[in-house]
Design a protein around this ligand. Structure first.
Ligand code: RP5
Length: 162
C-alpha cells in the first residue's frame, strides 16, 4: 500500500514541471509521498479552491505552490487554508522570477506564505519535511543525515589550486 501523500505540490502550469521536479524528487528521497497537481490562481481558481479545501481530509499537511509571472498561486492557496503554505517563485518570465518573488513573499499580515528562493524547489521540499518532522522522529533523523552528507561533500571537496 503506497504511503498517503503528506505534501500537496501545486504548479501554475505544466510548463513549470521542469523547474519543480526537484521538489517531489527531494521529498521522495526523504520518504515523503506527495500529490502533484497543476492548478492556476488565474486560469482555474475554482480548482485551486477545491484542491486546497479538500486537502486536510485527504491527509495532506503542507502545501507547496510553484508559479511564475504575477504569481498569486501561493497566496490564493493560503487564503483557503490554515495548513502551512510554501511558495516557490519561478523564473519563467522576462523578469527572471523577480516578479514571482515579490508577488509571493509580500503577503499582507494575517495570511502568511513562507517563500523560498527563486527556483528554490528543493528547499521548499526540505522545509516541508522539517515541518512534518516536528511530529515524526524517523523523518527528523533522515533530515539530520541529509545535513551530514551535505557537510561531508563540502569537507571532502578537493580543489585543484595548481
Ligand atoms: C504562471 O505563469 C505559471 O506558473 C507559469 O510559470 C506561467 C504561465 O505559463 P504558461 O502556461 O503560459 O506556459 O501562471
Amino acid at each position: 500500500v503506497p504511503d498517503t501523500p503528506k505534501v500537496l505540490i501545486l504548479m501554475g502550469s505544466v510548463s513549470d514541471v521542469d523547474l519543480m521536479r526537484t521538489c517531489w524528487q527531494q521529498l521522495a528521497e526523504l520518504g515523503i509521498a506527495s500529490e502533484v497537481r497543476v492548478a492556476s490562481a488565474h486560469r482555474t481558481p475554482d480548482l485551486v479552491r477545491e484542491l486546497v479545501t479538500s486537502a486536510p481530509g485527504r491527509g495532506l499537511r503542507v502545501i507547496i505552490a510553484g508559479a511564475g509571472w504575477a504569481a498569486h498561486l501561493a497566496g490564493a492557496v493560503a487564503a483557503h487554508t490554515t495548513l502551512p503554505v510554501i511558495a516557490v517563485p519561478l523564473a519563467t518570465s522576462s523578469l527572471q522570477g523577480i516578479d514571482a518573488l515579490l508577488s509571493s513573499v509580500q503577503m499582507p499580515a494575517g495570511v502568511p506564505v513562507a517563500t523560498v528562493s527563486i527556483n528554490g524547489a528543493r528547499n521548499a521540499a526540505i522545509l516541508a519535511a522539517q515541518i512534518l518532522a516536528l511530529s515524526d522522529e524517523a523523518l527528523s533523523a533522515r533530515l539530520s543525515q541529509l545535513r551530514e552528507s551535505q557537510a561531508e561533500k563540502v569537507s571532502n571537496l578537493k580543489v585543484d589550486s595548481t
